[in-house]
Design a protein around this ligand. Structure first.
Ligand code: BES
Ligand code: ZN
Ligand code: ZN
Length: 483
């Protein structure tokens, strides 16, 4: 979808028009007669978020009702969802272009609607002989935003698309080495420094978690460090973004049975998310010093694969008893977190990981299971931003009792606890490596990849979390004022 800015007057516009209607119904700018206005009023009364379609053959006028009086975050999310519905209607009519304007609507609401259209129009077409239909062009009324504002949003949405593309690619077409070199290529074009550690370097660094998980693989692991360090950064010490990059999770020797293996190409969504956030921040020149640390490998039951009972020595010297080779994410993340703490002394460390089925069982596919240690202030801001962009976080407890569950008889800790509280013991495992560094853990297992359409998210990779973390970085300075 290509967005352009134009003047849009529905009464004169030769094409499909979407009219965002946040006001009491009046006929000011609408090409409607009295009867049609009455109909619109009635529909709006029945459902304040109804979409009312008028034939203006050969085109259509789509009046999107919404209640501008509601909480901004709520009406914006409603608009994203309505956008998805209108996009589906346009596609049903085989239409590929549309104009957008409105009344009683503020720029943020127009942008939310555009965002819904954009996110909804994505599909993973790479392997299809014939791509499904897309909206080619959308002309937005230039009274609502400037070209620069549009460009900033487009850059963010473009990053979400890139993230989805990576996550949707099967491991056969995107292994650790290939993913690392993709990131390297992108970093070159931006103000981003990229360092890629190959297996030799990872061995020299003694990242026992990443090497352990990689043992069964025929592909080498990679460890990618991205750094965006703007001159006007509001933070002296960087914010570290750690992302789980399991290119494919078979479970390893504790192999995933039946359908449980499906969709595990998405197990690198954390790394894709963090890379995308950093790139978007760099492209839009947000004043925040960021470092992304992305450990990458697949998890397979090869001949030399790591096994339950193995003891791994992590980057920071901690020994870990492997109880289950399918709890691999925390092993590679532990090395990345320890590496970040030792080498960057970050003022805040956030990780994103498709870490546990337990997180999905706990809250389903409607948000991120989040935990924090020593990071009340940034966590609160992240929560507010989550509600605002509607990529929400739900805080799980992080009581010290959970630490008991990962004590090991033979090593310092073990890589999984009991059947209960699995999302939390996974988070606790990671938090240990963050030590005193303010730490936020985001378990995105429920939201990174949707098996079926969910609102404006098409089936497959969602890019969920990028808008959240970008909004957080945009307002990051606020964590300073309150301290
Ligand atoms: N990648 C999975 C978690 C996952 C499950 C993500 C479902 C998305 C959807 C992770 O590596 C895993 O297998 N976790 C195990 C941990 C267990 C062995 C302690 C799990 O959640 O079952
Ligand atoms: Zn696993
Ligand atoms: Zn995994």
């Amino acid at each position: 979808m290509r967005f352009t800015l134009e003047q849009i007057t529905p009464k004169e516009y030769a094409g499909n028009v979407i009219f965002l209607y946040g006001n009491e119904v009046a006929d000011r700018n609408l090409p409607l007669n009295k009867k049609e206005i009455d109909h619109l009023k009635k529909r709006r009364k029945e459902d304040e978020y109804s979409i009312v379609v008028f034939d203006r053959l050969p085109y259509h006028l789509y009046v999107v009702n919404f209640n501008a009086e509601k909480l901004a975050s709520e009406s914006q999310e409603k608009l994203r969802r309505s956008a998805h519905k209108v996009v589906s209607m346009l596609k049903d009519e085989k239409q590929t272009s549309v104009g957008i304007t409105g009344d009683g609507v503020i720029p943020e609401e127009v942008v939310a609607f555009m965002e819904g259209m954009m996110l909804s129009d994505y599909s993973f077409d790479r392997y299809k002989a014939k791509s499904p239909a897309h909206i080619e062009s959308a002309a937005v009324d230039s009274t609502f935003l400037t070209q620069d504002e549009l460009d900033r949003s487009l850059r963010l949405w473009n990053r979400i698309f890139w993230c989805r593309e990576w996550v949707n690619l099967p491991v056969a077409d995107l292994n650790a080495e290939e993913f690392a070199s993709e990131l390297e290529d992108i970093a070159k074009d931006l103000q981003v420094k990229c360092t890629v550690f190959d297996k030799k370097k990872i061995e020299a660094l003694r990242m026992g978690g990443l090497l352990g998980v990689n043992k069964g693989s025929v592909d080498e692991p990679r460890f990618v460090v991205l750094e965006y360090s703007p001159a006007d950064a509001v933070n002296q010490k960087p914010v570290a973004l750690v992302g789980k990059g399991v290119m494919y999770d078979t479970g390893g020797l504790n192999i995933k049975p039946d359908d449980y293996m499906r969709e595990m190409k998405s197990d690198m969504a954390g790394a894709a998310t963090m890379a995308s956030v950093l790139f978007a921040a760099a492209e839009n020149q947000l004043p925040v010093h960021l470092v992304a640390l992305l450990p990458m490998t697949d998890n397979r039951p090869g001949f030399n694969a790591y096994a339950a009972d193995d003891v791994l020595t992590m980057y920071d010297g901690t020994t870990v008893e492997v109880v289950n080779t399918d709890a691999e994410g925390r092993l590679i993340l532990a090395d990345a977190i320890a590496y970040a703490v030792a080498n960057y002394d970050p003022e805040l460390l956030i990780d994103a990981a498709t870490l546990t089925g337990a997180a999905v069982r706990a809250i389903g596919t409607y948000g991120i299971a989040a935990m924090q240690q020593n990071a009340d202030n940034p966590f609160n801001l992240l929560k507010i931003m989550g509600n605002q962009v509607y990529e929400r976080i739900a805080e799980f407890p992080f009581w010290s009792e959970y630490d008991e569950l990962i004590k090991s008889d033979v090593a310092d800790i073990k890589n999984c606890g009991i059947a209960q509280a699995g999302a939390i013991t996974a988070g606790k495992f990671l938090a240990r490596f963050a030590q005193k560094t303010p730490y936020i853990h985001l378990d995105i297992a429920g939201v990174a990849f949707f098996s079926k359409q969910q609102d404006y998210y098409a089936p497959g990779a969602s890019g969920y979390g990028i808008r959240l973390l970008y909004a957080f970085m945009q307002t990051y300075e606020m964590t300073k004022n309150n301290q």
